[in-house]
Write a protein that binds this ligand. Structure first.
Ligand code: M6R
Length: 603
């Protein structure tokens, strides 16, 4: 949830730390701070609110330091305030933290009874106080980090700097953390995401849980050492070149990352098709040929859960296989029935969503193999899965997920076709090409969706409806709108409206009705029911259908022809644009909606 960046090297650490934090700000933006080692002192500069507030302070102070750590926060323990902002420090150490210390309350009580003091309400400071206490006893940094870390429960990543050296230390448990190295410029980095280090650190290390990393920069090289918690040398880490390019970190000609990411979808659909049908991805897909597990357990959160609903439809309708889908935070506590011969399928853009990871662990503990549909290669989900089906979306920065949904659902479709053994049927490639083409057309004509947005953006609430394959899209359309436009929106199965939610309908309520060619008459009847109660009707329906158009206050015509399987993905893009334009008219912070964070690494 929080963004972490650390630097040690010959340059001023402020530049790469602030640039890295800017890239990670989408992960949490309640406060931001840095700690710099200046003249052998640890100096903390932090500020409540978005990173811009911190940047202003830094502009004034113009600090210079060769070693520092920075953090953008998504508040968990302790309210949004400058005191609770990270880093937390004293005259020996400064720390930044991502995650939750579950036994923080008990530890804090114990430490306070020993006379130790706290400056914030955060759980993170408990680690700092413990670390300092152990250091006062032994004078040994690594040993103190290990002892303090072992005293904690819960999933966390910590980065630590000390007054006594220019070293960067870090350690984690089930939270993302990478170490970066640039040997030619003699620079060491730490971050919660390799994305922050693009253009800075060509080599990335992925330490495993419970491995302490110590990075130091000498006059001749960068030394990165890994230790187990008993302080023997560790080999439990992987290395990888950082393949991302700096382009990924900018908005290009677009006003928002969300808009850029919506526009990227057409090309990404083509790219994914080439990857899975013709190129490197073909091998992993073919391993599914004739695969018939006893059943699939799909779990995910938010938008990824909606993509899972689409995939469940593919598995059931096309493959006639049993597939259950659960919201990850429910699945993990429902004591699910898990039988040998079944498979867990975990869907996640980040691959770091705590609830989804917990479901994966649960399946593993019960001997159920785990497959993932994931964007971030090298993420925890990726590393812990038996098979990974990458979606190759590139970095998704908009907190509201767009391209990840399309590519998750499409990957699920390719998996379904691979099981059928129909990857080479020409109609598959044609349909995917058509999807890409139609998304492109939507991008070219998105101003018409702006006109629709103008008609309704001041209205009280929105009910998205759809039947069958469009029901998940109604849910996703509503989620997108509520998260970026801060307006009440719900997704409903169109036929379910009359069982309750229709009570909400009046002249200030909008029904965004998806009317696809399937179950068309029945869905129209549902629209009539809303119209009869004076609801405002926006229909996303087939082109050249005067009868349906006449029903609507605004009509979004889509060409469903030739997309028997993939039309839900196409409709969804129209709803992404609609949500975007409504949010723009409302003037919200589209890329960083309030209270949200990109990657939810806490329960
Ligand atoms: O990284 P993940 O795909 O696991 O994230 C899951 C959800 O947190 C995410 O989709 C969230 O719902 C987005 N804000 C939706 O736009």
């Amino acid at each position: 949830m929080c963004g972490i960046v650390g630097y040690s090297g010959p340059s001023n650490s402020v530049g790469p730390i602030i640039e890295g934090l800017s890239r990670l700000e989408y992960r949490g933006y309640d406060s931001a701070g840095i700690c710099l080692k200046i003249n052998d002192e640890l100096q903390i500069i932090k500020k409540e609110g978005k990173l811009d507030n911190l940047k202003e302070l830094i502009q004034e102070l113009k600090p210079f330091s060769h070693t520092g750590i920075g953090h953008t926060r998504w508040a968990t323990h302790g309210g949004v305030s400058t005191d609770n902002a990270h880093p937390h420090g004293n005259d020996t150490f400064a720390v930044v933290h991502n995650g939750i210390i579950e036994n923080a309350g008990a530890l804090k009580k114990e430490l306070m009874s020993e006379g130790l003091q706290f400056k914030s309400q955060t759980d993170s400071e408990v680690f700092l106080v413990l670390l300092t206490k152990f250091f006062k006893q032994s004078g040994k940094t690594l040993e103190s980090i290990s002892k303090a870390f072992q005293a904690l429960t819960g999933n966390s990543a910590f980065v630590i700097i000390e007054k006594a050296s220019d070293k960067l230390y870090c350690v984690k448990r089930s939270a993302p953390l990478v170490v970066g190295e640039n040997s030619s410029t003699r620079e060491a980095y730490v971050s919660s995401d390799p994305f922050a280090l693009v253009g800075f650190a060509p080599k990335i290390y992925f330490p495993q849980d419970g491995v302490i990393c110590e990075s130091s920069v000498t006059n001749s090289d960068v030394q990165i050492k890994f230790y187990e918690l008993d302080l023997t040398l560790s080999h439990r880490y992987k290395t990888q070149a950082n393949a991302m390019t700096v382009d990924a970190t900018t908005k290009g000609p677009y006003k928002h990352f969300m808009l850029k990411e919506i526009h990227e979808q057409s090309a990404l659909v083509d790219k994914l098709a080439a990857y899975y049908i013709k190129d490197d991805g073909r091998k992993i897909l073919e391993s599914l040929k004739d695969f018939k597990p006893k059943g699939w357990h799909l779990t995910a959160c938010g938008t990824a859960w909606h993509a899972g609903l689409v995939i469940k439809n593919f598995l059931e309708a096309n493959n006639r296989q049993n597939a259950s889908i659960d919201i990850a935070s429910e699945f993990r506590y429902k004591n699910p029935i898990l039988n040998q011969g079944e498979v867990g399928l975990f869907i996640s853009q980040s691959g770091e969503t705590a609830d989804t990871l917990a479901c994966q662990e649960l399946c593993k503990d019960n001997g159920i193999p785990s497959y993932s549909i994931v964007n971030v290669e090298g993420s925890t989900l990726f590393r812990n899965s038996d098979k990974n089906f990458l979606i190759h979306a590139g970095v998704e920065i908009g907190v509201a997920s767009t391209k990840a949904f399309t590519l998750q659902a499409l990957t699920g479709y390719f998996m379904s076709r691979a099981m059928e053994g129909t990857l080479d049927n020409p109609e598959l490639f044609t349909e995917v090409q058509l999807l890409s083409h139609r998304i492109g057309e939507l991008c070219d004509s998105s101003d018409t969706l702006k006109d629709v947005a103008e008609k309704v953006y001041t209205k009280k609430g929105f009910i998205f409806t759809g039947r069958g394959k469009y029901f998940p899209i109604a849910l996703e359309g509503a989620l997108k709108l509520k998260e970026i436009a801060y307006v009440h929106a719900e997704g409903y199965a169109a036929g379910e409206l009359k069982h309750g939610p229709i009570a909400l309908i009046e002249e200030n309520m909008v029904n965004i009705a998806i009317v696809g060619p399937e179950l068309l008459e029945k869905t129209i009847s549902n629209v009539e029911e809303v119209k009869a109660r004076r609801g405002i009707i926006i229909i996303v329906g087939p082109t050249n259908h005067a009868e349906i158009e006449a029903l609507a206050d605004a009509y979004i015509p889509l060409n469903f022809e030739g997309l028997p399987n993939l039309s839900p993905l196409y409709v969804n893009v129209a709803l992404q644009f609609l949500a975007y334009h409504i949010a723009r008219l409302k003037g919200t912070d589209i890329d960083k909606p309030r209270n949200l964070a990109k990657s939810v690494t806490v329960e």
